[in-house]
Design a protein around this ligand. Structure first.
Ligand code: MG
Length: 372
């Protein structure tokens, strides 16, 4: 399958297991994570720099006052001797390891990660359910309007109410036909988002914006290159409905620049930074604080990555909602067992940690890594 920018035929990911010396039921507590979707595996950087730095640190350099593993300290340890800037080169390996540390910590505390995050970063506030939309509508070799229609019907039948489809991989008139097909099955145009995957030239960005503006979509995602703040700012002045971006921003500075120079509209635009790809959970909490200090709101943050890691952040930090990739990305797509979608929402599960243990196919891959 492909989007407007690339196909997934070579896609890989890195899986991390963090083995602790805390023993439960006769086994060490192990935290897990993977580097989400869309960025390739980053094991070389992990093995050459970040893992050795952690393993050579003294225990007290990595633990809090209670003697528990401290994700913030682990982050600091991994950042030793790292030159400022160039964040994308290290934000994925560091963020993935850091997320696995959070999984370990939540399991040591015997609580779901979302619960730990709510307590630490959201005043203990949670709601019973999390809004969830499908990220789908990829271009496939066999793809036509009938196939897209079947896909949308499948998602509706599964309990979803909002979906997102790809644009930019076909001519505008063909994309408009895809959009019309999807909207025809949904409750309204504002239940459909589209994603151009940052593939457009400046000119094509404008052409699509003109074509899409009258449709009244939920949002128009990554209309231009992720760091082309000038083009994004220009669009915010001419395209009235919501825009979305951020899955290809990797650090606090990138997001600050989007707000300062990208024209990001606090009252409607959507921010989609991917947690393990952007230095992890602690960095995400800091980013939310910064967004709020700049006049933005957490209800318009929808993390990229339809997986249990993004779900835990949405649930714990009170974000707008999460993405879901049902039936794609093999073991790495989807959520844990029992997390059914009802009316576009998923009830909070009570698995300890992130909950990978309740994703049997994925847990098989992860548990083979653990040194237990
Ligand atoms: Mg996207």
């Amino acid at each position: 399958m492909r989007n407007a920018a690339f196909d997934f035929s070579e896609m890989t990911t890195s899986v991390v297991a963090v083995t602790t010396d805390v023993v439960r039921n006769g086994k060490p507590v192990v935290g897990y994570a993977f580097n989400s979707t869309g960025r390739y595996a980053c094991g070389a950087a992990m093995r050459s720099r970040f893992i050795p730095r952690i393993l050579s640190a003294a225990p007290e350099e990595l633990t809090d006052a209670a003697g528990l593993i401290d994700p913030g300290k682990v982050h600091q340890c991994m950042m030793r001797r790292e030159k400022p800037g160039g964040d994308a080169e290290r934000s994925v390996p560091i963020g993935t390891i850091e997320t696995a540390v959070w999984d370990a910590l939540a399991k040591v505390l015997d609580r779901p990660l979302w619960h730990v995050l709510a307590e630490r970063f959201n005043g203990g506030v949670t709601s019973a359910t999390v809004p969830c939309y499908v990220g789908g509508g990829w271009y496939r070799p066999e793809g036509d309007l009938a196939a897209l229609s079947d896909e949308v019907k499948r998602h509706l039948q599964a309990g979803y109410t909002h979906i997102k489809i790809k644009v930019g991989g076909a001519a505008i008139k063909d994309d408009l036909a895809r959009i019309e097909t999807a909207i025809g099955l949904l409750a309204g145009a504002d239940h459909l988002a589209v994603d151009a995957n940052a593939a457009f030239s400046k000119e094509r960005t404008q052409d699509y914006a003109r074509a899409l503006a009258p449709v009244g979509l939920r949002w128009f995602e990554e209309p231009c290159a992720p760091l082309d703040y000038e083009t994004f700012a220009g669009l915010t002045r001419t395209y009235d409905p919501p825009l979305a971006t951020g899955e290809n921003l990797f650090c606090l500075q990138d997001v600050e620049n989007l707000f300062s120079f990208g024209g990001f509209r606090r009252d409607r635009d959507i921010l989609q930074v991917d947690p393990p790809q952007a230095y992890g959970v602690g960095a995400y909490a800091k980013m939310i604080a910064m967004v709020e200090s700049l006049g933005g709101t957490r209800s318009r943050i929808f993390p990229h990555g339809g997986n249990m890691m993004s779900f835990a952040l949405v649930a714990g930090l009170g974000l707008g909602g999460c993405e879901s990739y049902p039936g794609v990305f093999a073991a790495f797509g989807g959520f844990a067992e029992g997390m059914d979608v009802r009316d576009g929402k998923i009830a909070l599960p009570d698995y300890p940690g992130i909950g990978f243990e309740a994703q049997p196919e994925l847990y098989k891959i992860m548990s083979e890594l653990a040194d237990v």
